[in-house]
Design a binder for this molecule. Structure first.
Ligand code: DGL
Length: 262
């Protein structure tokens, strides 16, 4: 494992771009290699066994390309496969999970609304994260929202959110947890539905701090001063790769798209 290698960032599709943004802000000197498994998306409506197998398959391919750390930028994949991935690779592996504890630590005792995929909300890991706050945690499954985000279907997203939130007692909500990495890509719309009065929590900054300190301890950080590049790829081919580039431009307003070996 060499410190010159990129940090791998994996998601079922384009959602992990929102995570990449936070990690890149924290570690601007690092190169990142992002892979979206668009051809097999959505993961969030699949069984844990299917999600685990797909995740391991994609992450093995990333590991073969040579990465020095791996961020599972997908709650559905982390809740299903993180234990297996931690035992599988020599390099640091970190998963993104619903930031329930961070939301619970905010002032206020109202509901903690957790938007996530069906698979994440059904997982044992989510139940463990939610159990200390079980009187406050309100799971809100969002099947179909990931597809509307990937399709960049703005009017479809508006209609979906308006229907989704119509049954939510908004005045009782203390915080909204985005438990799927796709949702921050439409954070403005979600915030708007709550008149921007409810804190929206994702937990990526804390995850980025954790990876920063692990890489530092392992002496795997690049030298400060340089500006790392972002390489992206997708199992879905040129159309989904172009979509990733659009999301990346949106999120980072700066992009350099090369693949390892290019
Ligand atoms: N971005 C993934 C997550 O954080 C879910 C997308 C999907 O369902 O494939 O859970």
């Amino acid at each position: 494992m060499r410190k010159e290698n990129p940090i791998g960032v994996f998601d079922s599709g384009s959602g992990g771009i929102s995570v990449l943004h936070s990690f890149r802000r924290m570690m601007p000197q690092e190169d990142f290699f992002y892979f979206g498994d668009h051809i097999n998306m959505p993961y969030g409506e699949k069984s844990p066994d299917e999600i685990r197998a797909l995740t391991i398959n994609a992450c093995d391919a990333m590991a073969d390309l040579g990465i020095k750390a791996l961020v599972i930028a997908c709650n559905s994949a982390s809740t299903a496969a993180l234990d297996r991935l931690l035992a599988r690779y020599q390099f640091p592996v970190l998963g993104i999970e619903p930031a329930v504890a961070k939301a619970a630590a905010l002032p206020g005792k109202g509901l903690l609304l957790v938007m996530a995929t069906t698979a994440t909300l059904a997982s044992l890991r989510f139940k463990t994260l939610a159990s200390p706050f079980e009187d406050r945690v309100t799971p809100l499954p969002c099947p179909g929202l990931v597809e509307l985000i990937e399709a960049e279907d703005k009017s479809g997203q508006d209609a979906y959110l308006s229907h989704l939130f119509s049954s939510v007692p908004k005045e009782d909500v203390a915080a909204l947890v985005l438990g799927c990495t796709h949702y921050p890509l439409i954070k403005d719309k979600i915030a708007q539905a709550f008149q921007k009065t409810v804190p929206i929590i994702d937990g990526y900054e804390r995850a980025a701090e954790t990876l920063l300190s692990r890489l530092k301890n392992a002496r795997l950080l690049n030298e400060p001063g340089q500006f790392g590049k972002v390489m992206i790829n997708s199992s879905g081919g040129p159309e989904t790769k172009a979509r990733l580039e659009r999301f990346l431009v949106d999120q980072l307003s700066l992009i350099q798209t090369n693949n390892p070996g290019d």
